[in-house]
Ligand binder design. Sequence first.
Ligand code: AMP
Ligand code: MG
Length: 302
Amino acid sequence: MMGTLVKFTIVGVSHQQAETAIQAAADAMQRVEAMFTIYGRHDNSVKAFNRSTPGDTITLAPEVDRLLQHALAIQAASHGAFNPLLGSLDLLWGFSADPPLTTPPPADSIAAAIPPPACIEKQRGGWVRNSSNCKLDFGGIAKGYAIDRGIAVLKEQGIQHAIINAGGDIRLIGRHGDRPWRIGIRDPRHKGEVIRTLELEGDVSVVTSGDYERFYIYKGKRYHHILDPSSGYPARGIRSATIIAPTATEADGWSTALFILGTKGIALAEAKGYKVLLVDAKGELHGALTPLHETPVHPQSE
Ligand code: AMP
Ligand code: MG
């Protein structure tokens, strides 16, 4: 789901109890995906907003409404680096299309697809956009929200020790038996290798945004799916940005924001209490995440 393989790891309960809990969590996550996606044929309130006449008030599903407010808060706190209204631009670039596009769009179409600043407004009962270029896109945060929903369902099912891993974006609870969970942070240029291994326990999320997730090389240049709202082009200077935060929603939103902000965003993210690891275009590491293992061990759970 969500364009990736989602892996559930559960310890400390019977196989039967784990199976039941995983099914319930996966159902909840699939429901979140259907509610937020701007792709596919299934309709939802996000798509209704995106095709609405500017000036009309659109009622979003309550969960969409709440996550939008959270996303707008991250937009403000990241000085616009995170922007949940880049739907037109995202659809134009087509990294998430089926099949994905593999050449950059013309420069004038890119400029035309950038939404006006503050293009959305909350009205009584819903949201209004002021431009047809103002389209919701929860691609930078909905996966984290889905992971959080999945963990909430696992907890409801009595699970105390688990990881949900959606293509390297994770939230974990509890421990792995008599030791913490071991989490590897991917090397953005060497598939299957990790640059850091972390030992974590309790209830915590680790999310990475990377230029290796959805990309193509065109005329020797890498084009990827994380867009700089000020230029309309893929953000340059960073290969991956990892955030450790209490929830996957925050970690997801902020890892996308930090990818765009680059090293100058580290202080901002750390002031929020997050732990950060950035890999820049030279492969150098930045941020306070210190390795617990100097030699990367093969991750038990990516
Ligand atoms: P992530 O992999 O979490 O960094 O999210 C990337 C996805 O978020 C893209 O595929 C787009 O759907 C969306 N996106 C791209 N650029 C931005 C941005 N500047 N702010 C918020 N969402 C974005
Ligand atoms: Mg993200």
